[in-house]
Each structure stands twice: as C-alpha cells, then as structure tokens.
Write a protein that binds this ligand. Structure first.
Ligand SMILES: [Zn+2]
Length: 80
C-alpha cells in the first residue's frame, strides 16, 4: 500500500493495522491524504456555517486511481 500526502506514515500504518489495504471501488492500493477537515453538524441537520454546531474532525483518504474517498475520524488516527 502506498499513501502520499500529509500524515502519510501514520495513515499508512493505521490503515494496515485495520487491514484497509485496497480501494473499495477499484482495488487499487495507492492513496493520497489531505489535511484534516471538519464536518459541521447542528443537531440532526448539517450546518453550512462554521461555528454552527459541533465539529467532527475528519481526514479524507482518496484513491489515486479512481478518486473514491474515505473519511476517518482524525482522533482515531492520532492526528488531533
Ligand atoms: Zn479506487
């Protein structure tokens, strides 16, 4: 498995431990990461405005071959 981008070593180790080694859509084992982003949530409805509700810190991991994107809680990866 190849992971490039921010936090690539930590993300590759974590994905290997969880046996997430292939893209669910195309079977590729090449991924890229982005910076941690936050999904804002207000109660049961999403909020488009920052500060509109509790934040869930997420790390996108994207398949380089097909673009399939997975997101993981950044805290579970030890990034926050
Ligand atoms: Zn893919």
């Amino acid at each position: 498995m190849n992971v490039t981008g921010p936090h690539e070593d930590r993300v590759a180790d974590w994905m290997s431990q969880k046996e997430i080694v292939e893209c669910l859509a195309c079977g590729s084992s090449s991924f890229m990461t982005q910076e941690v982003c936050a999904l804002m949530v207000t109660g049961s409805r999403p909020s488009p405005t920052p500060g509109g509700g509790p934040a869930v810190p997420l790390l996108p991991v994207i398949c380089i071959e097909c673009g399939y994107a997975m997101t993981f809680h950044a805290g579970k990866l030890g990034l926050i």
